[in-house]
Ligand binder design. Structure first.
Ligand SMILES: Nc1nc2c(ncn2[C@@H]2O[C@H](COP(=O)(O)OP(=O)(O)OP(=O)(O)O)[C@@H](O)[C@H]2O)c(=O)[nH]1
Length: 590
């Protein structure tokens, strides 16, 4: 028995933990731990005697009283049995460590805490108040007091309150693990009992409903409730329990609870109608009955609760695996972890480039489409038009026009044409740079292990982007050098192979000397330069990608985080710490 009591105590503690975590079996679409644990909800119409039953189970006056809807928030009441002789006290979850020994203050606090959430406007709220009572005179039990079911809204309440209360009450008692303490006054027709009606709806077999008949002492003379108490008129799986609470007059006269219990006991023991049921009647018996039943339920539910907890543990474990395990606190282990994380990122980045993941192909797209298209678009037609050729050649000739071939004119035309290649070369470098940057961004996003370390994420991103900038600078220098090299030394052979104007002298098809300065002459020069520039364009179309891959892509694969590693190695990792509640890793390098 002692172990079972501690088991209920354990369940109570789990319920408290659930409430702290916001899990009170509310609207959550997921199965919650709360719902796996049994509890007892007190349900009944207004003034049916709910507060009185609760108080006599506890053996204390502590619930707010008044007309209209007094209970406007669910009250989760946990009873904890303490060693005999110890002082009774109450504790609210919202006021931890504050012990209430004066139960009239408990009542006041319930009222005030209700108002804190609902305002004084008689509104209702489904957020429960959590109250624990520690006393040698109680059994371990969790009771939930719900607002009294009503048929009419009182002044200051919207009409909807009637339905709201019913919905809230139903939301508690429809849970399969909730035992229902259905309170009905004996001086009222059972058929009109709200408690019976609602509990029948949510528990048609009656296996988790405990029928409680209050106000037996107020029945008309000559009538009794034996038909109900003996289970004939409304049979439930569990026997009905009759109760005699204090009357309003008793309350007014401050009849204490112990005396009230004694009087209740006498009522049954001496009653000609109920004498034979005396041992199974009264609030004390009800409390024991509930506690015993709760024990048997917990016993039968242990496998279910265990599997729920285990399932949750498994889910958490796999989530933890997914997020990554905690990192050791010492700097060495942290450094190791950072390197591991960097490597994971680097692996994914390389996969993007090498084709395991998408994106690397966009680099080839730059070489295959963007660069050739840019080269094709260069304005050589305009630059090598006969008019411009004439202009450039004449300028180069100066006062003495060229005699055979305009060597200087050719050189100037070629030089200025080659200058145009700088644009596409630079654009290719930039285009590849942006592809690489995008791949860094994607790779960081895809490195699952990095997800919980946002600071490290941005440090890696910054380091990688900085490296990419360096590679871009280098790549630009190299490609510009390729273009400059083309200007530095022209392919002599190309010109040697050209049919020379001179050679055509005497040839009837060759233009005469008089022709030399005509448009055809300049067109020919333009076309010669154009085919030379075309040849250079072909060369650069091949060499620019080589330079870009060499300087940017290969370097990114080889040494993207080298600087970062060097920094890590050189300088100590200072102030590296975890904030466990955020599971964030803060890295600062000074
Ligand atoms: N004579 C007698 N009076 C009772 C009994 N049970 C309750 N009462 C009286 O009935 C009135 C209402 O009882 P409560 O316990 O406040 O009922 P309740 O269901 O909590 O009411 P609300 O909180 O207003 O919904 C009080 O004046 C009680 O003294 C009983 O068994 N016998």
């Amino acid at each position: 028995m002692a172990t079972m009591e501690s088991l209920i105590g354990l369940v109570n503690r789990i319920q408290r933990a659930c409430t702290v975590l916001g899990d009170y079996g509310g609207d959550s679409a997921l199965p919650t731990l709360w719902e796996a644990l049994p509890s007892v909800a007190v349900v009944g119409g207004q003034s049916s005697g709910k507060s009185s039953v609760l108080e006599s189970i506890v053996g204390r006056d502590f619930l707010p009283r008044g007309s209209g809807i007094v209970t406007r928030r669910p009250l989760v009441l946990q009873l904890h049995k303490t060693e005999p002789g110890l002082q009774e006290y109450a504790e609210f979850l919202h006021l931890p460590k504050k012990k209430f020994t004066d139960f009239s203050i408990v009542r006041k606090e319930i009222q005030e805490e209700t108002d804190r959430v609902t305002g004084k406007s008689k509104q209702i709220s489904p957020v429960p108040i959590h109250l624990s009572i520690y006393s040698p005179n109680v059994v371990n039990l969790t009771l939930i007091d719900l607002p009294g079911i009503t048929k009419v809204a009182v002044e200051g309440q919207p009409e909807s309150v009637v339905l709201e209360i019913e919905t809230m009450v139903r939301s508690y008692i429809e849970k399969p693990n909730c035992l229902i303490l259905a309170i009905t006054p004996a001086n009222q027709d059972l058929a009109t009992s709200d408690a019976v009606k609602l509990s029948r709806e949510v528990d048609p077999t009656g296996e988790r409903t405990f029928g409680v008949l209050t106000k037996l002492d107020l029945m008309d003379k000559g009538t009794n409730a034996l038909d109900i108490l003996e289970g004939r008129s409304y049979p439930l799986q569990h026997p009905w329990v009759g109760i005699v609470n204090r009357s309003q007059a008793d309350i007014n006269k401050n009849v204490d609870m112990i005396a009230a219990r004694r009087r209740e006991h006498e009522f049954f023991a001496t009653s000609p109608d109920y004498g034979h049921l005396a041992t199974k009647m009264g609030s004390e018996y009800l409390a024991k009955l509930l506690s015993k039943h709760l024990e048997s339920i917990i016993k039968s539910r242990i496998p279910g609760i265990t599997s729920l907890i285990n399932r949750s543990i498994d889910e958490l474990e796999s989530e933890l695996d997914h997020l990554g395990r905690p990192v050791a606190v010492d700097a060495g282990a942290q450094l190791y972890t950072i390197l591991e994380l960097c490597r994971s990122f680097d692996r994914i980045f390389k996969e993007h480039l090498d084709g395991g993941r998408p994106g690397g192909d966009r680099i080839y797209g730059v070489f295959d489409n963007q660069l050739p298209a840019a080269l094709r678009k260069l304005p050589f037609d305009r630059h090598l038009s006969p008019q411009n050729v004439r202009k450039v050649v004449s300028e180069a000739d100066g006062y003495q026009p060229h005699l055979i071939a305009p060597e200087q004119g050719y050189r100037r035309l070629i030089d200025s044409a080659l200058n145009y290649f700088r644009g596409p070369a630079e654009a290719s470098v930039d285009a590849v740079h942006f592809v690489l940057k995008e791949l860094v961004r994607r790779s960081i996003g895809e490195t699952q292990e990095l997800k919980r370390f946002p600071t490290l994420q941005s440090e890696i991103a910054a380091a990688a982007n900085e490296a990419l900038e360096r590679f871009r600078d280098d790549s630009k220098k190299t490609t510009m050098r390729l273009v400059e090299m083309e200007s530095s030394y022209l392919t002599v052979d190309f010109f040697r192979k050209l049919p020379q104007d001179m050679e055509r002298v005497g040839n009837p098809t060759a233009p005469s000397a008089a022709d030399r300065y005509t448009e055809g002459h300049f067109r020919r020069i333009g076309s010669n330069v154009s085919s030379y520039v075309g040849m250079v364009s072909e060369t650069l179309k091949n060499t620019i990608p080589k330079a870009v891959v060499h300087c940017q892509v290969k370097e990114a694969k080889r040494s993207l985080l080298d600087h970062f590693y060097a920094q890590l190695g050189k300088k100590e990792v200072l102030n590296s710490c975890f904030l466990p509640h955020h599971r964030h890793f803060f890295l600062s390098i000074d």
